[in-house]
Design a protein around this ligand. Structure first.
Ligand code: AMP
Ligand code: MG
Length: 493
């Protein structure tokens, strides 16, 4: 059966296609078509991502687009495929994985890949059904756009469509498809796959593809004796370090930092059991399946380094020198702390570094952890305190008032050099009012299960501009309700 959409007389999608990942050749993927779903409906759409991908705004809401983004039709020029990769899962080599439920539709003329997640089985589905359920698709859609709104590198999400077709997880749920957009969905695991199979030609072709398309400066590096592959490893390490600093600063827990969930572009990718911290608990584990706490909040920077080490091992046949490979990973150890300190200084509204900042930050983190103070609310209230001079709302977050007052005195002395309005303005643009807390996602999901998608739309609007006040939406910026702690998010999605 042909899935080609009849576009005669229809509004033009605006989409044009280029070769992209497909140019790597058949060793890297399998050609296949998405598997249609019955009677699809819209769950959510992002106009911002439509603009980013040069999709015509009049076409996106049409039935033709609904069919395309459910996997029920293809546009002329789309050449769908599923890519093969491997990876380390929870610290253990897992062998071949691959796009088990993601299907790449193609690369747009603007150089963006479009991918359907949940569009049916592929040769890499192993035991899985190739589907994604409504709840996890809504979470991925909203969180992709929330991260972008926060200024954190991420794959984007154009839309979610749903169908009443049943999907079996712990119980029967319904199917959904997320359309993801990114310059590339290549993961560390793609490199590990060809390295493990000792297929150096493919490994080199992949590295060259990534360098030529995304890291061209590696070709002319004067570091590592001009070794482009070592320069690539270093560049990926630095981007990953910067990403980890952003996750830590905003209180984002990814939940499944396996090497197949690590983007070669340093993007946040594969939203599963993620969580934004409520109360500040450095050891927080957001993934109910992660019983050992491998991916706890405070472990993320170390795990990223461990994953980069796997990438380094995979690239080793190309780098060809152990000392150089290790040296290329070294910068992570300086870039992460430097970036993290810079992020924390920005949260505190300090325009530049000063002696004693580290002590100030460490003292604060101790206070916050001791009382599990709400991470997002604390930073927002501290910002408002700087704006209006009233310390009470932020003080109210602490039982140990004396401890907090002592810290606040040091903070105020440190801030005194800069005019209040200047500090407040930068803090309010750094410390978000809105993050996608589990319970907010859950409320939108419950409504969506009743076919009311207004909760998804409302949250999307708030999360797209999370630093704005959005009067009238205090509920979405408040403390989590008691039931939030009973939400269990696992790898099941
Ligand atoms: P994840 O933990 O979501 O990153 O997935 C790990 C691997 O399992 C990837 O290869 C996925 O494509 C695959 N996978 C996850 N869920 C499914 C599913 N329902 N059907 C097929 N493959 C899946
Ligand atoms: Mg994954």
């Amino acid at each position: 059966m042909s899935l080609l959409l009849d576009t005669t007389g229809a509004v033009d999608s605006g989409l044009r296609w280029t070769t992209g990942f497909r140019a790597l050749g058949p060793a890297f993927f399998t050609d296949l078509k998405p598997t249609p779903l019955p009677a699809p409906y819209w769950v959510g759409r992002s106009d911002a991502v439509a603009r980013y991908a040069s999709i015509d705004a009049d076409w996106l809401p049409t039935p033709g687009a609904l069919a395309v983004f459910t996997g029920n039709a293809l546009l002329p020029g789309m050449a769908p495929l599923a890519s093969v990769y491997s990876g380390h899962q929870f610290g253990v080599w897992a062998g071949q994985l691959g796009d088990g439920r993601a299907i790449l539709l193609g690369q747009t003329g603007g150089g963006l890949e479009m991918q359907l997640k949940g569009a049916g089985r592929t040769p890499y589905s192993r035991g899985g059904d190739g589907r994604a359920v409504l709840r996890s698709s809504i979470r991925e859609f909203l969180c992709s756009e929330a991260m972008h709104g926060l200024g954190i590198p991420t794959t984007r999400a154009l839309c979610v469509t749903g169908s009443d077709q049943g999907v079996r997880r712990e119980e029967v749920e319904t199917a959904a498809v997320v359309t993801r957009v990114a310059p590339s969905f290549i993961r560390f695991g793609h490199f590990e796959h060809f390295a493990a199979a000792e297929r150096d030609d493919e490994l080199r072709a992949l590295a060259d593809f990534v360098i030529d398309n995304f890291y061209p400066a590696c070709r002319t590096t004067d570091r590592f004796g001009g070794n482009a592959y070592a320069a690539l490893l270093e560049a990926v390490s630095e981007r990953t370090a910067a990403l980890m600093a952003q996750w830590q600063a905003v209180g984002f827990c990814h939940g499944v930092m396996n090497t197949d969930n690590m983007s070669i572009l340093g993007l946040t990718i594969d939203y599963g059991p993620f969580q934004f911290l409520d109360g500040f608990d450095p050891k927080h584990v957001c993934n109910h399946s992660d019983t050992g706490g491998r991916y706890a909040y405070n472990q993320q920077p170390n795990v990223a380094y461990w994953n980069l080490f796997c990438l380094g091992q995979a690239l080793f046949p190309l780098i060809g020198d152990q000392e150089i490979a290790i040296a290329a990973l070294e910068s992570y150890k300086t870039v992460f702390p430097r970036e993290f300190e810079a992020r924390m200084r920005a949260k505190l509204g300090f325009a530049d570094a000063a002696d004693g900042d580290r002590i100030l930050v460490e003292g604060l983190l101790k206070l916050l952890a001791a009382e599990r103070v709400d991470w997002t609310i604390f930073w927002r209230r501290l910002s408002h305190h700087v704006a209006d001079g009233n310390p009470e709302p932020v003080r109210d977050l602490f039982v140990d008032r004396a401890g907090f007052d002592a810290w606040l005195r040091l903070f105020s002395e440190r801030s005194a050099q800069t005019p209040r309005e200047v500090t407040a303005k930068s803090m309010l643009a750094t410390n978000p009012k809105f993050v996608l807390r589990n319970h907010l996602g859950q409320e939108a999901i419950e409504l969506a299960r009743q076919k009311d998608f207004s909760g998804v739309e409302r949250l999307l609007k708030l999360l797209e501009t999370p630093f704005e006040e959005h009067p009238g939406f205090e509920h979405q910026a408040g403390f989590p309700p008691d039931w939030a702690s009973s939400i269990e998010i696992s790898c099941s999605s």
